[in-house]
Design a binder for this molecule. Sequence first.
Ligand code: CTP
Ligand code: MG
Length: 172
Amino acid sequence: MTASLSSLLWAFWYILPAYVANGSPVLLGGGPPIDGGRNWRDGRRILGDGKTWRGFFGGLACGTLTGVVQYFLTPGFYGDLRTAALLAFLLALGALLGDLIGSFLKRRANLPRGAPAIGLDQLGFLIAALALAYPVKTLSSGQIIFLLVVSPFIHWGANYFAYRMGWKSVPW
Ligand code: CTP
Ligand code: MG
């Protein structure tokens, strides 16, 4: 029981850079959109105004930095600083790219910026983060299933909190 509880806590510790990369653009984002305001061939925006360069690179930096701090707190979990930083970079990059893919699919489905897409919004970033980080360090299948189950609730909770703080205009 204690062993499995600790393995679930390690799963959170592992995925933290992806959560940070996914959440920090809410505060850091703004400015020019990644798609440059351009439309796809269906006449709708490629990604939309909710996906900005500042959010992307801010999220990448915060996510990677999170991994560096984590290394100094629990060096044994990563082996060396280079591995920790690379793992966090890949988790952050995956989270941000997964989020962009989600927005691309939402625009193709004619959903406006900010519209909820249940499943895609909560899991797209997570699945892409797990996939990109896989070659460096991965989790057991039980830990991955645990993250897939709990992350939507954390995502909803974090977004509701950001909404209540006035950082976001919608609670999802
Ligand atoms: N954000 C950003 N750049 C990113 C990702 C997010 O600037 N690459 C910021 C935007 O201000 C965005 C907010 O973080 O509105 C919340 O992100 P998210 O919910 O993913 O974007 P949505 O506005 O809901 O847009 P979409 O419908 O495309 O998901
Ligand atoms: Mg959203």
